[in-house]
Design a protein around this ligand. Structure first.
Ligand code: KIV
Length: 256
């Protein structure tokens, strides 16, 4: 268990010390408390909640109200871990929307907000940071763009993509983002970005050389058995344990 409250500065300091940053999603009170007790320093109320909790086919259906609801629950755990939340799809299209919605997330308990995109959302990012709100970037495969992209595709294979990822990461870091999630970025490109920018990179499906790693907790714990991304190796079988306990209990009702 981390005994000190984790700040954005501490997450940045972990990169300077060469300490890997463990990050996980938490969408409610018990999970935020359990992950905090396990010593995870970086928690995210991700819009992945839409897929693994709310039953949507992708994250584009998630609303501000849904993120705020889950964020309030996670924040009630009062974690020592840094707790942040995703700005959902279409909630940061203009500067004023981005700032207003980032403030709503802060009011619901977020210590940082995350949004997907690079230079194309830079005015929104700068405006959020100018309000004193900590910002985490998200580059590579952007799940909120899955419909336009036609699937979850690895980024960084083509030279133009490689260059755009580098430019975007640098622009976000220069704008003041305290960390950047790299999702489904080729391992060599994720390594290069991690070496070239001063803020921590938090990888998901982007190889071992990022400064930290983030997973959807359901993928790590085997809690959403109907789909697991290739890069995630479940280290528990929570779905199986639930079914086993329920079956044992159900059978005990009929046993004489
Ligand atoms: O929505 C989410 O949970 C995320 C992380 C997996 C990076 O964005």
């Amino acid at each position: 268990m981390t005994t000190m409250k984790i700040s954005v500065a501490e997450i940045r300091a972990m990169k300077s010390r060469g300490e890997k940053i463990a990050a996980l999603t938490a969408y409610d009170f018990p999970m935020a408390k359990l992950l905090d007790e396990a010593g995870v320093p970086f928690l995210l109320v991700g819009d992945s909640v839409g897929m693994v909790v709310l039953g949507y086919p992708n994250t584009t259906h998630v609303t501000m109200a849904e993120i705020e609801h889950h964020l309030r629950a996670a924040a009630r755990a009062k974690p020592n871990a840094l707790l942040g939340a995703d700005l959902p799809f279409k909630s940061y299209e203009t500067i004023s929307e981005a700032v207003a919605n980032a403030k709503k997330l802060v009011a619901a308990g977020a210590e940082y907000v995350k949004a997907e995109g690079g230079c194309e959302i830079l005015p929104q990012v700068k405006a959020i940071i100018a309000e004193g709100i900590s910002f985490c970037g998200h580059l590579g495969m952007l799940p909120q763009h899955v419909l336009e992209e036609g699937g979850y595709k690895i980024k960084g294979k083509q030279e133009a993509e490689h260059q755009k990822l580098l430019d975007d990461a640098k622009a976000l870091a220069d704008a003041g983002a305290f960390a950047i999630v790299l999702e489904l970025v080729t391992s060599p490109v994720a390594k290069e970005i991690s070496e070239k920018i001063s803020v921590p990179t938090i990888g998901i499906g982007s190889g071992p050389d990022c400064d930290g790693q983030i997973l959807v907790t359901h993928d790590l714990t085997g809690s959403f058995p109907w789909f697991t991304p290739k890069f995630a190796k479940p280290l528990a079988n929570c779905a199986g344990e639930i079914k086993k306990a329920v079956t044992t209990w159900k059978n005990s009702l009929t046993a004489v």
